[in-house]
Design a protein around this ligand. Structure first.
Ligand SMILES: NC(=O)c1ccc[n+]([C@@H]2O[C@H](COP(=O)([O-])OP(=O)(O)OC[C@H]3O[C@@H](n4cnc5c(N)ncnc54)[C@H](O)[C@@H]3O)[C@@H](O)[C@H]2O)c1
Length: 342
């Protein structure tokens, strides 16, 4: 039985505790939060779970083998490093850390100690993203021309992180998973409409050596909630609407073809293909349940999680690049890194 200690029982922590409590082979041994009212909630919902306002108590507990951290991003490095140094496997909420240097240090520490480092990029464990991966990795989409995401709604305004760290991280992790490629340049524009607060709106473009271009539009200042991704390939196109209750993914047999004949290209002889649309069946399990089972399995078998520290680090590198570009009003930031994601 894996004993898990959860630090942070605010908005996201309760989802972790609920899912971990239902896992076979694991239990939530203790929850830490600074807020006594939140701990009171834990005691009412989970009478067998210990509560404390001192996070270090969980780290020092020899009965606890894994720590999950769902506190503000500014605490992730300190808490995460302390957990690893105490020999605990680690579940870290997204984004992994505030800086890529911190993320790299956690990756190294976990590797040195042979500990599992899982970063909760939840979307990777959704039926929809899994299905998109299956379609794209199987070559059914053809060459990927573009990825276009709109992730907007009213709020929740965050005090400590920008809308890039809050919302665009989801697209950065999904792109990493779907394309298996790291961008070679990033350009971002955005703003904070309220002085002294982090950016609440951003438009980010990512350029890939393969020719794929990705655009991510994130905002906390939209009158309606939109969660929509379009992926256009040479053979098919996908629309993923996360707010659709059932048919979240639709695959369109639509596209264009240009002739090889230079003369005809000059004349813009474009062939348009408009075929069928189909909505594939998706695995319905809650992403956190799938991720939780994977975490426990990785610990039991000494495996590397799909959303490991290296993925977490790549996402933090993209947050840094986009933030730096945004400060330069969209100035292109070039990224030095192996293009293929290992
Ligand atoms: N994976 C996802 O889809 C997803 C969704 C939402 C949030 N998150 C992530 O989860 C993390 C937490 O976000 P949230 O929205 O739940 O924040 P929140 O502010 O609602 O909750 C944070 C909790 O941590 C507690 N806390 C703060 N400092 C503490 C300390 N020193 N010791 C113990 N407890 C402490 C606070 O009292 C609060 O209850 C963030 O990294 C966020 O990005 C992930």
């Amino acid at each position: 039985m894996l004993n898990i200690g959860v630090i942070g029982y605010g908005y996201w922590g309760p989802n972790l505790v609920r899912n971990f409590s239902e896992l076979r082979g694991a239990r939530v041994a203790a929850v830490a939060d600074l807020d006594e009212a939140k701990l009171e909630l834990v005691r009412r919902r989970y009478p067998a779970t210990r509560t404390t306002n001192d996070w270090q108590e969980l780290i020092q507990d020899p009965e606890i083998q894994a720590i999950a951290i769902a506190t503000p991003v500014s605490t992730h490095f300190e808490f995460g490093m302390a957990a690893l140094k105490a020999g605990k496997h680690l579940w870290l909420e997204k984004p992994m850390t505030e800086t890529s240097l911190q993320a790299r240090k956690l990756v190294d520490e976990a590797a040195k100690r042979n500990l599992v480092l899982f970063v909760d990029h939840t979307f990777i464990y959704t039926g929809a993203v899994r299905k998109m991966g299956e379609i794209m990795k199987g070559g059914k989409l053809g060459r990927v021309y573009y990825y276009d995401s709109t992730r907007v709604n009213l709020g929740l305004f965050q005090r400590d992180v920008s809308v890039i760290s809050d919302l665009a991280v989801h697209d950065f992790s999904i792109l990493d998973y779907l394309l298996g490629e790291f961008p070679n340049a990033v350009s971002a524009s955005g703003t904070n409409h309220f002085p002294g607060t982090p950016a609440n709106l951003a438009y980010i473009t990512l350029f890939y050596a393969s020719g794929t271009i990705a655009h991510v539009n994130v905002s906390w200042l939209a009158p309606v909630k939109v969660r929509q991704i379009l992926v256009g390939g040479s053979k098919k196109m996908i629309i993923y609407d996360d707010l659709e209750p059932s048919e979240k993914i639709k695959v369109y047999d639509k596209g264009v073809s240009f002739t090889d004949d230079p003369q005809q290209i000059q004349e813009m002889r474009v062939g348009y293909r408009t075929g069928d649309m189909f909505a594939p069946k998706l695995v319905g399990a809650e992403a956190l349940q799938v991720g939780g089972e994977h975490f426990v399995d990785c610990i039991a078998k000494g495996k590397t999680p799909e959303t490991d520290g290296k993925l977490g680090l790549r996402v933090v590198e993209l947050i840094e690049a986009a933030t730096s570009s945004m400060r330069g009003k969209g100035e292109t930031v070039y990224l030095q890194r192996q293009r293929k994601v290992s």
